[in-house]
Ligand binder design. Structure first.
Ligand code: HEC
Length: 195
């Protein structure tokens, strides 16, 4: 009769441990989901604050001013809309097209990139590390050609790894838009900006 209570205690302990283990295992997926939601919410907030859509989403010019084209959200300058080279030296001016996704200045003509996860025309094939490196170095995927103005990679590259990762996660959650942005054009006159 002395042994029985010990067995009982051990039995209860085992049951309690099992229960706790089960509880923690059940709790795990819920926790992961909420961190994923938090990451995407943070990314969305930073992408809005970073004004990415100001340049990477084509605008419709309306009576209320320029408005984002919802079908082209963060999909960059529209495919096939290659602009004529600017006529001569633009003087002190940098200029943007009406859609606000193409820009000209001393560097020539630059077209805002497709940031949606389309694998062929957007960031679909990019790794998170390449995205972080691109914003830190100002180079395509972190090692390629220099990213042209007016892409503000310098201040954006000062964001923390966590914030850049959140932006990338949010961009990856967007609906992919197949839109091949034209290649940039060199300047007609003058020299390429100092890089
Ligand atoms: C003032 C306009 C402007 C803003 C604001 C802007 N971009 Fe850009 N971005 C551009 C342009 C134009 C290019 C293309 C430059 C080129 O072709 O070299 C570009 C290129 C990029 C590239 C490089 C793509 C590649 O293929 O190498 C990434 C990544 C990028 N932008 C992400 C962002 C993110 C994320 C934000 C917001 C946090 C943002 N941009 C805000 C204009 C802008």
């Amino acid at each position: 009769m002395k042994i029985a209570p010990i067995h009982l205690v051990l039995g209860l302990l085992a049951a309690a441990t099992g229960f706790l283990l089960l509880k923690s295992r059940q709790a795990a997926p819920a926790h992961t989901t909420s961190s994923r939601e938090e990451l995407l919410a943070r990314g969305k907030y930073l992408v809005q604050l970073g004004g990415c859509a100001d340049c990477h989403t084509r605008k419709e010019v309306t009576e209320k001013g320029p408005v984002d084209d919802p079908a082209m959200m963060l999909a960059g300058h529209p495919e096939g809309l290659v602009l004529p080279p600017p006529s001569g030296d633009s003087g002190p001016w940098f200029a943007a097209t009406a859609g606000m996704t193409a820009w000209t200045g001393p560097w020539g003509v630059s077209y805002a990139s497709n940031l949606t996860p389309d694998p062929e025309t957007g960031l679909g094939e990019w790794t998170e590390a390449e995205f972080v490196a691109a914003l830190r170095t100002g180079k395509h995927r972190g090692t390629g050609r220099a990213i042209l103005p007016p892409m503000p990679w310098q201040p954006l590259g000062e964001a923390t790894d966590t914030d850049l990762q959140a932006m990338f996660a949010f961009l990856r959650s967007l609906p992919p838009v197949k839109n091949r942005v034209p290649e940039p054009q060199p300047p007609v006159t003058g020299t390429v900006s100092s890089r």
